[in-house]
Design a binder for this molecule. Structure first.
Ligand SMILES: CC(C)CCC[C@@H](C)[C@H]1CC[C@H]2[C@@H]3CC=C4C[C@@H](O)CC[C@]4(C)[C@H]3CC[C@]12C
Length: 467
């Protein structure tokens, strides 16, 4: 019985890996009080157009909608209502059916994971471009880092940056499905004024598969590319990320790092899980740098998923330590900042609570919002946005047969991508820097969106031109 999830599952082999959907929770309400944020400093999002949609899908538009708060000192504080985002995926239209993963991959051992075509059943309704944005769920750590730096606390700034670099892994826990491999030229935008950030990504190369992204926040910019070298060896897949992530604060401080190795285990039998291991060097251009170690998981490890780190100054003196788990929380100890040298640990970061209705994809509450398409948003998107990809949309709706046939159609179409690349195809929004070889955002996306002028954006999800 070579089904994907044999352990800890009570399902029959027919529908192995499928969890009963929790329909008990109808609670769809966003608690505005907790998420309300002061937007006095809204540099990150010049167009503060707020969307407000509820489950019945009617959309209201709020332009510069400020709500006055009369609590407190009698002063009227300016607060902005965040867009109301969905809290669960749509109910699936069809019943899911189980498929043996092993029957799909047995002929591909030793090959590149990205070249293996799997039926849509193994996909989650998120593209890899959207998955890049999942790394920014805890972007408030970068806002904090910026503030600490301004106040001259460079140690705490570095610790917050390190916590951010680890926090991106939190959502990879218990996710058994593969994100959609975007088409060449596919893009994804995420305008999250409630988090003070605006993100954009594009698939810039098909062979090798490379995605570039760019994010602007309050006091910082973050960019990089995601490109993994993968090999699978039957029971496990090893992913080695290539490429550098860069974080630049508005005051000129820059941090650079690369991601660690990820291993996906139990592909054939057992419960699928991944772990992250190796060393991550977060190097700064000013006083401090940080070295993080994601512990190698051993068979006998009682305390898995541990991360440890040290912050060093330019002379190599250890000034702070950090420890915790990438799927839970991180604590720091500042050992020598010249002012205090307390032995007490301070909480730096903690993972958000999981949603009440996780479904078999096990998306985080943040991830659930990423593929939402409101009529208001649809009007503004370029034809290349992941939200418009038909097979992914069908999967999200639980229309598996339609999803599969659309996926096949798009994959056939995608086989021309290599030819396109050889014929000099260039990404629309990123450019390869001749000096460092990295992709840089050339700008203009949000400006084009403002005018709905999508020149040079092809309808990549449509029919083949010659058919
Ligand atoms: C064969 C199928 C059904 C197995 C499912 C594989 C899932 C668990 C795999 C497929 C692609 C993988 C992702 C590919 C790339 C990255 C970037 C890396 O820096 C962190 C891990 C991360 C985010 C991986 C997490 C695990 C992942 C989502």
């Amino acid at each position: 019985d070579l089904f994907l999830s044999e352990s800890s599952n009570t399902e029959s082999s027919d529908d192995a890996g499928i969890q009963e959907l929790d329909e008990s929770s109808d609670e769809d309400d966003y608690n505005f009080c907790d998420t309300r944020q002061s937007f006095s400093d809204s540099a990150a999002s010049p167009d503060l157009r707020m969307k407000h949609s509820n489950s019945s899908n009617d959309v209201q538009q709020y332009d510069h909608n400020f709500v006055e708060s009369r609590s407190g000192k009698g002063e009227n504080e300016c607060l902005l209502l965040p867009p109301k985002r969905r809290t669960k995926l749509p109910e699936p239209v069809e019943k899911e059916k189980g498929v043996s993963l092993w029957s799909m991959i047995k002929d591909n051992v030793g090959k590149d994971l990205t070249r293996v075509c799997l039926p849509v059943y193994f996909n989650e309704p998120i593209s890899s471009l959207q998955k890049c944005f999942e790394d920014l769920e805890y972007s408030h750590l970068l806002d904090r880092a910026y503030d600490y730096g301004l106040k001259g606390n460079s140690v705490m700034r570095t610790l917050c940056v390190a916590a951010f670099a680890v926090s991106g892994y939190a959502s990879s826990d218990g996710r058994p499905c593969k994100p959609f491999n975007p088409l060449l030229g596919e893009t994804y935008e995420a305008d999250f004024p409630e988090n003070g950030i605006r993100f954009f990504s594009e698939k810039v190369s098909h062979h090798p598969m490379v995605m570039a992204c760019h994010c602007e926040g309050r006091g910082w910019k973050f960019w990089g590319e995601s490109n993994v070298k993968s090999k699978f060896w039957g029971q496990t897949i090893q992913l080695d990320p290539v490429g550098v992530l860069t974080l630049e604060f508005d005051d000129g401080e820059i941090f650079k790092w690369s991601k660690v190795t990820t291993t996906i285990n139990n592909l054939i039998i057992g419960r699928l899980y991944c772990h992250h291991h190796g060393t991550m060097k977060i190097s700064g251009n000013r006083q401090h740098s940080c070295k993080l170690t994601f512990k190698q998981q051993s068979f006998l490890e009682r305390n898995p998923r541990q991360v440890q780190g040290v912050v060093e100054d330019i002379g190599g003196t250890k000034v702070a330590t950090l420890r915790g788990k990438w799927d839970e929380s991180l604590y720091c100890n500042v050992t020598n900042d010249g002012v205090n040298s307390s032995a007490e640990s301070t909480l730096l970061w903690e993972k958000h609570e999981p949603p009440t209705n996780p479904t078999r994809y096990n998306l985080s509450s943040f991830a659930i919002t990423l593929n939402e398409l409101t009529p208001n948003l649809k009007e503004k998107l370029p034809p290349t946005d992941s939200r418009l990809r038909p097979d992914q949309r069908h999967l999200e709706n639980g229309e598996y047969d339609k999803a599969n046939s659309e996926k096949l159609r798009l994959e056939t179409r995608q086989r021309m991508a290599r030819k396109m690349q050889d014929n000099g195809w260039k990404p629309r929004w990123f450019d390869r820097d001749t000096e460092d070889g990295a992709f840089h955002y050339t700008g203009g996306y949000w400006e084009a969106r403002e005018q709905r002028k999508w020149d040079g954006c092809r309808d990549i999800f449509g029919e083949l031109p010659d058919k």
